[in-house]
Design a protein around this ligand. Structure first.
Ligand SMILES: Cc1cc2nc3c(=O)[nH]c(=O)nc-3n(C[C@H](O)[C@H](O)[C@H](O)COP(=O)(O)OP(=O)(O)OC[C@H]3O[C@@H](n4cnc5c(N)ncnc54)[C@H](O)[C@@H]3O)c2cc1C
Length: 412
């Protein structure tokens, strides 16, 4: 017999970084919050596992940083980028300068998702949110305009009712698709992500290698004095490579690594520490990120391409924006379209310029002579490379790159 529904102020679907972060902020604000996730944590996720420097203060604010630091995560000082012709440049997270003109360095954390996501889910519980694991959303319905949401799990058991629904269920969001809010993007990519040991020449920098319209990111997961565990994330075209890798993801990954000029001679001692996870079609666009009684956060609000590795920061920062708007709307008793559209506007303002930079980088990946040219310019002008790192590290605004002087020097 079906049990009667349980009532909450806010129901959040997905307990990844976006859902957990929204839950923490809204539970701290005093609302009755439930977060459901089909997975049981710790759960893994295909991800390059690098966090841009601006994510660290957000993790501290959310009460999850101490647990992450206890495990001695790697700290990356910037990235080394290798172009198709073997040209290379280095960018440091160092665009801020103190009073005597010295660069101050920020660092990006590199943390396995098995640890990061558990720390955030734990912080959500401590903040007072109810977290239900192994709870897969089946149906989502709203009773008229202004009514309550009803969420039904699959397999069917007691439903959940809530005034506000937050979709944090990732790039393949069931909520966004059921409500017709997603359109597929144009990039058709497949990503393969493994943990490897034994790559020679790793240090305190992440690496991006581009060749043959493919790219691979290396993020050391242990400080050099602890070990050489490294996240290796290969991204390829679905049309070109999809068939070649079907059923042999790991051997395809290992063979393809050899084709990047900057990795030749560095792979002799490689051993697989965690097998490859695969994901496809990461590019999704949301038509809108809010509707009456509904907010989309994290990847559910849209995702383009992993090259700049800003997804986790965006998940945390979009959750922060959404929680602020949701708190005010619940207090005003107005969860209508216009009230919640404030989140959509704020999100758009924050992300629009960054999308343009991601599209420019993607263009460079597809056109090798352009990427070779970018690498030449950045190698000559270190300050421009540092500025790009600070923007993709999320601690300088996109306008630091999207200004005529910078773009002319880059293209000239
Ligand atoms: C190959 C690759 C590499 C990447 N590398 C980086 C990187 O280095 N740095 C970075 O910052 N970002 C990176 N990203 C992006 C990053 O992984 C995402 O942006 C981030 O995970 C978004 O968090 P989220 O909470 O929105 O979604 P997710 O982390 O995807 O969490 C969504 C949650 O929803 C749950 N869920 C889904 N459907 C249902 C359902 N029906 N019912 C209940 N629960 C459900 C899932 O189980 C999951 O736990 C990468 C992405 C890819 C694809």
């Amino acid at each position: 017999m079906a049990r009667s529904p349980e009532f909450y102020d806010i129901a959040i679907v997905g307990a990844g970084p976006a859902g957990a972060a929204a839950a923490i902020s809204l539970a701290r604000a005093g609302w009755r919050v439930v977060v459901v996730d089909k997975a049981v944590f710790p759960r893994d996720k295909p991800c390059a596992e690098y966090l841009s420097p601006a994510a660290e203060p957000l993790l501290r604010e959310l009460g999850a940083l101490a647990e992450i630091e206890d495990e001695r995560p790697a700290r990356l000082r910037g990235f080394r980028v290798f172009a198709p012709n073997g040209g290379t440049f280095q960018g440091d997270f160092a665009a801020t300068r103190d009073g005597v003109g010295q660069s101050r360095f920020a660092t990006g954390l590199a943390v396995p998702r098995l640890r990061l996501d558990v720390a955030l889910v734990g912080a959500a519980r401590r903040a007072g949110a109810e977290v239900r694991e192994g709870w897969r959303l089946g149906r989502v319905e709203r009773q008229g305009t202004g009514g309550l949401w009803t969420l039904t799990p699959s397999p069917e058991e007691a439903t959940i009712s809530a005034r506000l629904l937050v979709a944090a269920d990732g790039a393949h969001s069931v909520v966004a698709r059921r409500l017709g809010l997603h359109t597929p993007g144009q990039l058709r990519k497949v990503a393969l992500v493994a943990h490897l040991r034994g790559i020679a020449g790793l240090g305190e920098y992440g690496e991006m290698h581009v060749a043959g319209r493919r790219y691979v990111g290396l993020a050391p997961l242990e400080p050099p004095e602890v070990g050489d565990l490294c996240n290796v994330a290969l991204v390829v075209d679905e049309a070109r490579d999809g068939r070649a890798l079907a059923g042999r993801a790991e051997s395809f990954l290992l063979e393809t690594l050899e084709t990047f000029p900057g990795l030749r001679g560095r792979l002799a001692g490689v051993a697989v520490a965690r097998s490859a996870l695969a994901t496809s079609r990461v590019d999704v666009r949301a038509r809108r990120r809010s509707a009456a009684g509904l907010l989309l956060v994290g990847d559910a609000a849209g995702y383009y391409d992993p090259f700049t590795g800003e997804g986790i920061y965006r998940a945390l920062s979009s959750a922060r924006l959404a929680a602020g708007v949701a708190d005010a709307a619940l207090r005003d008793g107005d969860l209508g379209v216009r009230s919640l559209a404030r989140y959509d506007h704020a999100y758009h303002d924050e992300v629009r310029g960054r999308h343009m930079i991601e599209a420019l980088i993607q263009f460079g990946v597809q056109v090798p002579p352009l990427m070779n040219h970018f690498a030449r310019v950045f190698a000559r002008r270190k300050e421009m490379a540092d500025t790009l790192m600070a923007v993709t590290g999320d601690f300088l605004p996109a306008s630091a790159v999207l200004r005529p002087g910078y773009l002319l020097r880059l293209l000239g």
